[in-house]
Design a protein around this ligand. Structure first.
Ligand SMILES: [Zn+2]
Length: 610
């Protein structure tokens, strides 16, 4: 079966040419079929690229005729051309990436991926002039040209959103040139230095020299002694370099201030990020404030966890301690059935879409040597069933991952009637369907599960994840707010570390000891260096879902059509517009609080299992 016609997906009346897999005795394929992306793309590479390039050339030839006064029909035909180029590029890029993911050691796949990336980037660069021109169009002509662009409108608005903070073409060019040897160079210094770090740890009497990635696995080790040693070693190495890393950070923060506040006239350092996310400053302020107010919920949680996992005294070393229950192992076929059943219990429509992904062989499930780690969902183009990669080993966590990635796929499929530029959800809403899917699954499992220990394990896994994606990330951003302010006032690296430690101690409260070396934790977080204020998007996305789930629990089935409608908007409207339609005011503290009420409910549930 090839590409699904858009309308079919949109209406969810998915006709099957073969019997439903559920009727065939639960035989679900574990391998994906990449032929749906492109027919023999390796052999036909030059031809495929030539086809794209001929379109790019047509697009370029319009450059001379660009003018604010141009007829809408010409403008629209250019947009269509650019959609076609992007769709074709996306298909070949997806093939290259998915093939590489199957076996990252495969030299043919690796060189093909590099080749595709180089060629596609070069073609895309040839089209950038259009965006720059579009930013320069005056407001009344822009409104005229956007009038009948339908689902593309938000994409066009997004390009123009930065206009008030955009400088002249020459100034932008100079900033770009100087960034290469300026902030980009300083940032890659951080990568170069930290990637070369090696750590030594004694395991079973043997001294081992290991990388950061290997060390990180020990932070979740079953033995408390080893978790503690791993944290101490991590911060010992970073503390040894605090002078250099601190200087790098201060330089990046000063550069951010000079460019964004002084030159581009943003009102605050975080406002730059907020505009990129298209989230009002007030909403982010509310979110961060509510997170801070609710730190106590996680303090309670970690106290309960300490009792369940026999940890005394509880300290920051042990918050990710694994739960010591007998590990239940699941067969892949059963896992698929559990996920589909859970989705079906919420909405048969969502279950059908999830089943379509599996049925069309768009999932690569098993872990294999050489295969890319982790999991992802790749929504290639509107109307094409998304692809999912995961590393299924049979653990409970893998089932949650499957529900998560299928959620992403469903999100893309429900939004298939939008343009390639607007069917992907925007960043703040990107985790909505995925995390919601996990909630649906875990509720279904909790309702079925009688074994107390297994129930505890399920809750502990989820609450650990929620802590790491909601509260921890919000505290990073709160620290960044303070750090940017402090650096502007001339603070030293040690001042920053002191402030950081005070923040973490406030976060964990009196019951959970935070040893001194955690003052260096912020130096170990790449996002703080690479993308200032980025991390709140995680808190936003995850807490949003918990709040939406609260709405579902209160409203019952009445909530479902509203939720499906939200997903089907994809990225075709501003996050605020999308959320207002479902009755959410993201600037209101009560809304974010309701997300924490869901978390509180889970902590109470856990307490009842004691
Ligand atoms: Zn995700």
């Amino acid at each position: 079966m090839r590409r699904m016609p858009m309308k079919m997906v949109r209406k969810h009346s998915i006709s099957r040419t073969t019997a439903s897999p559920r009727l065939r005795g639960h035989i679900y394929s574990e391998h994906w079929d990449l032929t749906h992306l492109a027919e023999s793309p390796v052999e036909r590479f030059e031809r495929l690229l030539d086809e794209i390039e001929s379109k790019v050339m047509r697009f370029e030839s319009a450059r001379a005729h660009l003018s604010a006064a141009m007829p809408t029909s010409v403008f629209h035909s250019l947009l269509t051309l650019s959609e076609e180029v992007t769709t074709a590029s996306s298909r070949i890029s997806a093939f290259a990436y998915l093939w590489f993911s199957e076996n990252t050691k495969d030299l043919d796949a690796r060189s093909f991926k590099t080749k595709v990336e180089e060629r596609v980037t070069a073609l895309q660069n040839r089209m950038v002039f259009f965006d720059l021109w579009w930013q320069s169009v005056d407001e009344s002509n822009a409104q005229r040209l956007m009038a009948e662009t339908g689902t593309l409108r938000y994409h066009l608005e997004t390009i123009r959103r930065f206009k008030p903070h955009t400088l002249s073409e020459l100034e932008e060019k100079i900033i770009n040139i100087k960034n290469v040897t300026g902030r980009n160079a300083v940032h890659s210094l951080y990568d170069v230095v930290t990637n070369s770090f090696m750590f030594t740890l004694t395991i079973n009497g043997k001294r081992k020299t290991i990388t950061r990635e290997e060390l990180t696995a020990y932070l979740r080790h079953a033995q408390g002694r080893i978790r503690e040693a791993a944290y101490r070693e991590l911060y010992r190495v970073y503390a040894d370099h605090h002078d250099l890393l601190g200087e790098i950070y201060k330089t990046l923060v000063n550069d951010w201030k000079t460019e964004n506040l002084q030159v581009r006239r943003f009102v605050s350092p975080i406002a730059t990020r907020n505009l990129g996310n298209d989230i009002p400053d007030a909403a982010v302020t509310s979110l961060l404030k509510v997170c801070r107010n609710n730190a106590g919920i996680f303090q309670d949680y970690f106290r309960i966890k300490a009792r369940l996992c026999n940890i005394t005294p509880m300290s920051r070393y042990h918050i990710y301690a694994p739960h010591r229950t007998h590990q239940k192992s699941y067969r892949y076929q059963d896992a698929v059935k559990m996920v589909l059943d859970a989705y079906r219990g919420f909405s048969p429509q969502l279950a059908d879409l999830a089943e379509q992904v599996i049925h069309e062989h768009h999932i690569d499930a098993r872990t294999r040597p050489g295969k890319l780690g982790g999991a992802y969902c790749y929504s290639v183009a509107p109307g094409m069933t998304p692809y999912i990669l995961m590393n299924f080993t049979g653990e409970a966590r893998d089932i949650a991952t499957m529900a998560h990635e299928l959620g992403h796929a469903i999100h893309g499929m429900l939004a298939a009637h939008h343009s390639i530029f607007t069917f992907h959800s925007t960043l703040p809403l990107a985790e909505t369907a995925s995390v919601f899917g996990e909630r649906i699954l875990s509720d279904a499992l909790m309702n079925q599960e009688q074994d107390k220990k297994v129930r505890q394990g399920l809750l502990l896994n989820q609450l650990d994840d929620i802590y790491a994606t909601v509260l921890r990330q919000a505290y990073f951003v709160q620290f960044e707010n303070q750090a940017h302010e402090m650096i502007a006032q001339g603070a030293t690296v040690k001042d920053l570390a002191k402030t950081y430690l005070a923040e973490v101690r406030q976060q964990f409260g009196k019951g959970i000891k935070v040893p001194d070396e955690f003052q260096w934790e912020w130096l170990t977080i790449p996002h703080i260096f690479a993308s200032p204020f980025y991390c709140y998007a995680y808190s936003f996305g995850n807490l949003l879902v918990l709040a939406l789930y609260r709405m579902y629990q209160k409203e019952g089935t009445a909530f479902i059509p509203k939720y499906l409608n939200l997903l089907s908007t994809g990225g075709s409207e501003a996050p605020q517009t999308i959320l207002t339609k479902i009755g959410v005011d993201m600037a209101s503290e009560e809304f974010w609080q309701s997300g924490f009420d869901t978390i509180r409910g889970m902590v109470d549930q856990l307490e009842h299992t004691l």
